[in-house]
Design a protein around this ligand. Structure first.
Ligand code: FES
Length: 154
């Protein structure tokens, strides 16, 4: 993922006509491009959109997708929404935490493990996403295979 820089952030703001009411879309573009929103970007957005830092923070904190710490090279997301819960996502999450030796919302060894709330793959619960790709009916064995394949992609 590209390293965040002021110039690109300004270009993203300009592409949205520096309209403060488009803050969510601006933040989404930044996360899509850089993967996260550092504090200095919050400051820059507040200044360029004529908002307070508290206003920008409020929106960043409201949405799960707006990370405030730099993710690892790989992002593993496990669905925690209803259909997946009914099919064992809690157990799968506990297994993933044990296997990857970290709890949700953490990054270790360049892998970020985080919750997600529905991947639109409810018919194939429990679902997970690895580096933007969705996988369904994931059990412990499948999880191991997917993580091994992900590590092999390095
Ligand atoms: S509830 Fe998990 S994919 Fe929809």
């Amino acid at each position: 993922m590209a390293r965040i820089d002021e110039k690109t952030t300004s270009e993203i703001v300009a592409a949205h006509d520096a309209r403060p009411e488009l803050l969510v879309q601006i933040l989404a573009s930044i996360v899509k491009r850089f993967g996260w929103i550092p504090e200095e970007t919050v400051r820059q957005l507040a200044s360029e959109l004529n908002l307070s830092r508290a206003e920008v923070h409020g929106v960043v904190e409201y949405y799960h997708d707006f990370r405030t710490s730099e993710p690892g090279q790989h992002i593993v997301r496990i669905c925690q929404a209803e259909a997946c819960q009914a099919m064992g996502s809690e157990k799968l999450t506990a297994y993933a935490e044990k296997t990857l030796a970290m709890s949700l919302n953490n990054t270790e060894d360049d892998i970020t493990l985080e919750p997600v709330y529905c991947l639109g793959n409810c018919a194939c619960s429990p679902a997970i996403m690895i580096d933007g790709k969705t996988f369904g009916r994931v059990n412990e064995q499948r999880f191991n295979e997917l993580i091994d394949a992900m590590r092999g992609d390095n």
